[in-house]
Design a protein around this ligand. Structure first.
Ligand code: ZN
Length: 478
C-alpha cells in the first residue's frame, strides 16, 4: 500500500499516454507509440518485458464524414447533387462520425431518401415497406448503466442484417449520449468490415431529423459521404511484463488490461487508466523485493476495441500452456469503485478469491458475481476454461464519456485508481502465491454447461460468435 499510495510514476505515465500519445487505434502510429510507452514504463519499473506479435486483419481510419439533409423547407443547392464531395459545413449538415469498420463510400456521395425504422425491430422492418436503396434512421436510448452498454453492442448486429436484407444503402444511428456528444465503436464484432456505411448522428440532430422525416414522409433525402481509409493486414503487438515465480515458474497468473482505444478522445477511462494500473501493480510487486510462488504476467492487449483481437491472438499463441494459467484478472471499466469480481460463470473459484482479498475486507471488494459476458479481454480465456476475474465497478462517469471526445485524463480519479492498483496487485499476488491453484481448467463439456447457464450462448448468437465457438475456432476445442 505505501508503495502505490505514495508518490509514484503512475500519474505522469498516464498523462503521457493520454495527453501526449492520445487516442490509439490498433494499427495506427499512435498504437505503436503506446507499445513503446508500455515497454519503457515496465523497464523503468525494473520489470522484464517483451512484446508478442500477431497479424491484425484490418486498419481503419475515418475520412471526412459528412451528412447533409435535403428538405422541402430548406432545399440544398444543385451542386450537391452531382455526386461530388460535399463542401464545407452548412446549416443542413448534421454532426456525425463514421461507425468504426464501416466501409468507405469512396469518392462518391450517396444520395437517397431517409426512412425512420424506429428501434429497428423485425416488426419495424416489416412495417417499413420497400427500403431498397434507402438510408435508414435507427433510434437508440441514452446509455447510463452497464446493462445499457451491453445492449448497445447486442442490438446492432440483427438490425444491420435486416437493413442489408432489405437492400438499404446505409444506416444513421441516433447517438446514445446526450448534448451532441459523438463517440465511436464497432457495431458488429466479427473480424470483417461492415457491409453497408453507417454513421452515428449526434442525438439532438438525429431527433430533429426524426421529427422532420415524420412531418414530410418520403420527402427527406440525405447526402452521405464516409471516405474512410481501409488497409491491412498489419503486424501488431501485445506487451507482456513478467515477474517469475520462485517455486512454479511455469504456472502463471495474468493481470491484464487493453492498451488500445478509440481516438475521438484520448482513451483515459477506456482504458488508459487501467493500462497504467497494470504497470503500476507490476512496479509495486517488484518494489517489495518479494517473489511469488508462481509467475505473474502483466499483459497489455491491443485490438480490444475491434472485438478482443489481441487477447484472442494471445490465447491462440499460448494454447499449449493454458492448463498452467491459474487465472486471468481483467480491468476494463473505468474508474468507478470496484465492488468485487465477475467470476465468469464459476462458483468454484469464489472461496479462493475471498481468501486472497481477506486483507482488504474493510474495502467491501468481496461482492463477487457469477455472470459471464463478452466485451473484454477476459472473454477468450473464459472460453478456454481458464478461471477469470473481471473487476466489477460502479458506473461512475464511464457511460457519459464512453468512447467520446470527452474521455480525457481529467475524468480519472487518481486516488481511486491507486486503491484499485492495490487491489489488483493483491489479487494477482494472492492467486500466484497461494499453495493450491485457484480452480481447475474447465473441460469443453463443462464449458458447454456454463455457457448455457449464464446466457453467454445467447450473447454469442447475437454477436455472430456462435459458429466459431461450435467449430472450436474460438474457445476450447470440442
Ligand atoms: Zn475498454
Amino acid at each position: 500500500m505505501p508503495i502505490v499510495m505514495g508518490p509514484s510514476p503512475m500519474e505522469e505515465n498516464l498523462r503521457r499516454l493520454t495527453d501526449e500519445i492520445g487516442g490509439r487505434v490498433t494499427g495506427s502510429p499512435e498504437m505503436a507509440k503506446a507499445v513503446g510507452w508500455a515497454v519503457g514504463a515496465f523497464r523503468a519499473a525494473g520489470v522484464e518485458v517483451h512484446t508478442e506479435k500477431y497479424v491484425f486483419p484490418i486498419t481503419w481510419s475515418e475520412g471526412k464524414t459528412e451528412l447533409l439533409i435535403d428538405q422541402p423547407f430548406r432545399p440544398l443547392r444543385s451542386e450537391y447533387r452531382d455526386g461530388k464531395h460535399l463542401t464545407a459545413a452548412d446549416e443542413r449538415s448534421l454532426r456525425v462520425v463514421s461507425v468504426a469498420w464501416s466501409p468507405s463510400t469512396g469518392p462518391h456521395v450517396l444520395y437517397a431518401p431517409i426512412t425512420d425504422v424506429g428501434y429497428g425491430s423485425p416488426d419495424d422492418f416489416g412495417n417499413a415497406g420497400n427500403l431498397q436503396g434507402e438510408i435508414l434512421l435507427v433510434h437508440t436510448d441514452i446509455g447510463s448503466t452497464w446493462a445499457d452498454l451491453s445492449k448497445e453492442y447486442l442490438r446492432p448486429p440483427a438490425i444491420i442484417e435486416s437493413a442489408v436484407k432489405s437492400g438499404a444503402a446505409a444506416i444513421l444511428w441516433m447517438g446514445a449520449r446526450e448534448r451532441l456528444l459523438l463517440y465511436r465503436h464497432r457495431n458488429s464484432l466479427k473480424k470483417e468490415l461492415d457491409k453497408i456505411p453507417q454513421v452515428i448522428v449526434a442525438r439532438e440532430d438525429a431527433m430533429t431529423l426524426a421529427r422532420t422525416v415524420a412531418a414530410y414522409p418520403g420527402r427527406i433525402h440525405a447526402y452521405l459521404s464516409t471516405p474512410n481509409t481501409i488497409g491491412g493486414p498489419i503486424e501488431q503487438e501485445n506487451v507482456v511484463g513478467e515477474i517469475r515465480g520462485y517455486e512454479k515458474p511455469d504456472e502463471a497468473v495474468i493481470l491484464g488490461a487493453h492498451l488500445d482505444s478509440w481516438e475521438l478522445g484520448t482513451g483515459a477511462l477506456d482504458n488508459g487508466c487501467n493500462a497504467a494500473l497494470v504497470i503500476e501493480a507490476a512496479r509495486a510487486i517488484k518494489a517489495t523485493g518479494l517473489l511469488p510462488r508462481r509467475t505473474i504476467r502483466f499483459v497489455l492487449f491491443s485490438g480490444e476495441e475491434q472485438g478482443e483481437i489481441g487477447s484472442h491472438e494471445y490465447v491462440k499463441a499460448h494454447r499449449g500452456e493454458l492448463d498452467k494459467v491459474r487465472a486471468m484478472i481483467n480491468f476494463d471499466s473505468g474508474i468507478g469503485r470496484v465492488t468485487g469480481y465477475s467470476l465468469g460463470g464459476r462458483r468454484d473459484t469464489e472461496a479462493g478469491v475471498r481468501e486472497v482479498l481477506k486483507p482488504l475486507e474493510s474495502w467491501r471488494v468481496n461482492n463477487h458475481t457469477y455472470d459471464a459476458s463478452f466485451g473484454s479481454d477476459n472473454f477468450d480465456f473464459l472460453l478456454e476454461g481458464v478461471p477469470t476475474l473481471d473487476a466489477t465497478q460502479e458506473e461512475a462517469n464511464y457511460l457519459p464519456n464512453y468512447h467520446a471526445a470527452s474521455d480525457t485524463l481529467d475524468k480519472v480519479d487518481m486516488r481511486e485508481l491507486k486503491l484499485h492498483t492495490v487491489l489488483a496487485a493483491l489479487t494477482a499476488w494472492g492467486i500466484a502465491d497461494r499453495a493450491e491453484p485457484l480452480g481447475k481448467r474447465l473441460s469443453r463439456s463443462e464449458l458447454d454447461v456454463l455457457v448455457k447457464e449464464t446466457g453467454l450462448d445467447q450473447q454469442m448468437k447475437l454477436l455472430g460468435y456462435w459458429d466459431a465457438w461450435q467449430s472450436g475456432a474460438r474457445g476450447r476445442t470440442p
